[in-house]
Design a protein around this ligand. Structure first.
Ligand code: ADP
Length: 491
């Protein structure tokens, strides 16, 4: 509308618009924008109401059936109610995220994260989910990645988890790959799947809230907020997200973000605690309760080597029997156990074994917590370190750790080739600039300065090559050292 008013003013007047006319057009533009925002909000609220109504109806309907004693199969009714409640819980989580983003209330942290480890942990977190569907989850990354980058780990993880979890959800055969590239501070994450793909006409709307496309989406869990949140987060981080997909052949979501490197890579990172290898004190017994055999095997594989006596059970009855038989110190109990309810098992264990038994619930969903029999709850997927922290907390044990990895001694640097006197002052100026740029971490500008240094004279080329090698391996300390050396020579 405002655009049209301006066009009209231009057309009619032929002259530049008067200040009054321009003010009028600006007001009209502001009013149009407010009206459009209002309409969008109304549409959004209608979608939210619609999304809330269907699970709510299911809960209401099935609860009434059970109440009247008409529910033939109370267990399956309870399952529908649980699933509907889970759906609502997801919805609330998603809406809170969206509200935070839209309200401008989402602030990003900026932390130096260990990049390769961050990626490994992410894959480890989602690997079980992929395995459960018989899919290979692959991390494809260059051999060389910076050890540290600046990012908000929570939000970056949320973006990548959303994309990888979607890829797993919409793929039935083949693989899901997270491909990572890093060049000149630009990180490119590509999540590639061999799944059902997305039709070109849907490629844009899947990023809008509540848009779920194709019949396959209706059969799979989800509320349709994941991509809307993912896109919003990527934009807040100053990045971009793109989709390439062909129906039936798979999808490829690409996220590009500037992730700078700390200028002085935390040269003295908090001393890395060595890996946990055991604990001090008497032998502790742990009972794992989960109907997912793969999950039992993973946690058992984590705890047994540390000296815990581990027993497993896949349902309530065998869990109670095992607990009676060997009196565990700690129980790790999944919330959703097929036909059994983890909360009830926890309550029975508490009644029979009293407060001395520590009970940790494991949940794959943001559940409404039931009862107070348990001591704490961990959300799945969890990082192993978090689980170990929780175990130590509950049992009050102190870990024995391996000695930290000895740091490899830096290779002795070969003597620097010296530069001809004529170019020394200019080279020193370039090097002073390089030193400054190293401090602010402007990699592209450093590359340009190194190029300029190399162009000064053939004798400068080997020196520039060494600087480039240091830059390529992100050895900024060595780079700054070389730059200093040239300046000292010239002085
Ligand atoms: P949800 O996953 O909860 O449905 P999203 O906002 O994450 O919501 O995704 C919106 C829709 O986009 C999905 O319902 C699905 O139709 C489509 N989609 C997302 N990722 C993929 C993928 N990797 N392959 C095929 N379709 C996808």
């Amino acid at each position: 509308m405002a655009g049209r008013i301006l066009d009209w003013l231009k057309r009619e007047g032929g002259e530049p618009a008067s200040p009054e006319a321009e003010a009028l057009a600006r007001l009209a533009a502001a009013r149009d924008a407010a009206e459009a925002a209002n309409e969008a909000k109304t549409r959004f609220l209608a979608s939210v109401a619609h999304e809330i109504r269907s699970p709510l109806n299911a809960i209401y309907g099935y609860a009434q059936l059970i109440e009247r004693g008409e529910g033939k199969d109370a267990l399956s009714a309870a399952r529908v109610i649980r699933r509907s409640a889970e759906h609502l819980a997801h919805l609330v989580e998603g809406l809170l995220d969206i509200a935070q983003v839209e309200g401008g209330a989402m602030t990003l942290s900026r932390e130096a994260i260990r990049f390769p480890e961050f990626l490994d942990q992410l894959i480890a977190m989602l690997d079980l989910q992929a395995q459960a569907k018989g899919l290979a989850l692959v991390l494809e990354r260059p051999e060389r990645l910076p050890e540290f980058v600046h990012a908000d780990p929570k939000r970056l993880r949320q973006v990548l988890i959303n994309l990888i979890a979607n890829a797993i959800k919409f793929t039935d055969h083949g693989s899901v790959t997270l491909k990572v590239d890093y060049r000149n501070e630009l990180a490119t994450f590509t999540v590639i799947d061999t799944g059902i793909g997305i039709a070109p006409e849907d490629a844009e709307r899947i990023f809008a809230p509540f848009e779920r496309v194709g019949s396959a989406a209706a059969e799979r869990p989800g509320v349709g907020l994941g991509l809307a949140i993912t896109q919003a987060l990527v934009h807040i981080m100053g990045g971009e997200i793109r989709l390439d997909s062909r129906p039936g052949e798979g999808s490829r979501f690409t996220v590009r973000l500037m992730l700078s490197q700390p200028l002085t890579p935390p040269s003295e990172p908090a001393p890395e605690a060595g890996a946990v290898t055991g604990y001090i004190g008497r032998e502790r017994w742990v009972l794992l309760i989960d109907d997912d055999a793969a999950h039992l095997a993973v946690v058992r594989g984590l705890l047994e080597p540390l000296g815990f006596q581990v027993r497993t059970a896949s349902d309530g009855e065998s869990a109670l029997a095992a607990a009676a038989q060997f009196q565990p110190d700690l129980v790790l109990c999944d919330v959703a156990l097929g036909a059994d309810n983890g909360w009830e098992i926890a309550a029975q264990l508490r009644r029979r074994h009293g407060a001395a038994l520590r009970i940790v619930m494991l949940s794959g969903e943001v559940h409404l917590v039931e009862g107070d029999a348990h001591d704490t709850l961990i959300l799945k997927p969890f990082a192993f370190d978090d689980l170990l922290d929780c175990v130590a907390d509950q049992l009050g044990v102190e870990w024995v750790r391996a000695a930290g990895e000895p740091r490899a001694a830096a290779p002795e640097a070969p003597a620097a080739p010296s530069l001809p006197l004529v170019i020394a002052p200019v080279a020193a100026a370039h090097c002073a600039e390089i030193e400054r740029l190293v401090r602010i971490g402007h990699v592209r500008a450093i590359e340009a300065e190194i190029d300029a240094l190399a162009a000064l004279a053939p004798e400068a080329v080997p020196f520039a090559e060494r600087m480039r090698a240091a830059l390529d391996s992100f050895d900024l300390k060595a780079l700054a050292g070389l730059a200093k050396m040239v300046q000292a020579d010239a002085a």
